[in-house]
Write a new protein. Sequence first.
Length: 472
Amino acid sequence: MTIELDTPSIPAAHALHGLLGGRVHLPGDPGYDAARVPWNFAVDQRPAAVAFPRTVAEVSTVVRLAAESGLRVAPQSTGHNAGPLAAQGLDDVVVVRLNEMSSAVADPTRGIVRVEGGTVWEPAVDAAAAHGKAVLHGSSPDVGIAGYSLGGGIGWYARKHGLATNSLTAVEVVVADGSLVRADATTNAELFWAIRGGGGNFGVVTALEFAMYDIPTAYAGMMIWDLRDIEPVLREWSAWAPSAPDEVTTSFRAMRLPDLPDLPDFIRGKELVVVNGAVLGSDERGEDLLRGLRALRPWMDTFGRVPAKSLVRLHMDPEGGAPFASDSAMLASFPGAAVDAFVAEAGPDAQSSLLMAELRQLGGALGRPHEGGGVLDRLDAQFVSFGGGMAMTPEMGAQAHADAVRLTSALAPFANGRQYSNFAENTVDARSLFGADRWRQVTGIRSAVDPHGVFVANHRIPRLHEDGRSQA
């Protein structure tokens, strides 16, 4: 069911309707319902309009006309983390979908890949791999590069090379007056600092440039146990992970997989423990680092030498969109009591609807200040937890969210009070993303770049009044 045409924002939105050759959709238009659906189609976002620009000039036109019409603008490529945006209310918001602005070009001379703002990870991974290189991609090939990189970015090389946002060398952004600006270490340096972690609060990112790394192959794969083996495996992994060398990055998941035909036979309908990841080193080094886990005799072990480009699908994340509900927390430590709490909520005896309960290994370069990094240059935690379940119906979504919150609550004694933007798929106080020491600076930059509050992002950074108080 769509919004009725007497919604207060509709007269202003009609000013956009003739733009882009029919690629602006309003409530009531035949294409509106399809246009407004994000990757997580359990999220019901109902904006005043949805625009699909194909060029920077079209982005500029949409932003300028929206601002002149009293509308706000929300940039979005895939919409993996659309929940917090939709929760803010979008009656006066134009969602700018960048799906049609997608390209990736590697420049081996400069050691970078340049992508348009709507590009997902797989073409960028392929572009780098053609030169024997890798980029700091995410765990799924169809995650949007812009949202992932501007929110942090934890991939399979993260403990060696840090957050993906630190690998950005430049961004190009359409700001509130519709002009295109470039931001890098020397040009618009304050904006470049703030947008690396501050996400879509500052404008519509139409291009990104980021470093390639000399990683043609990796020692990578997964180990799988029955869920009944969760306790010894989790105790071994969680004790080993915090002090493991930087060259290894892994994740731990307790999974309850449905019996669906699109899942591989070896996991379909099963309850499993999965440890997967990558080692940037020799096969011998990888075997040595994983010796303790192997001693627990997984029933499947695929770790071995693989092309780096294959890691973009290592996590087996769903592609093409899925209805999902989740919750997350940053964990300062994971002692024995945390193992007990995790097993109680996600182990074989738990009454849980969660498809997965996951822990990502942090530390290494992820936990150290990055020279020249942005507002989010490190994650001060040992692990980040993420619990998620399918939301095929509103009732299923409510149950999955409740079970995910229950997992987070069980781990609350070990949390550090911070949030990781890309895993925070519910509304959070944006102060928890950065810490108090950087909050005033990033809100000040938001005020300077977007003084009238044209842009709205999934995790909203407010502007500052002259007296230092923040405003919406």
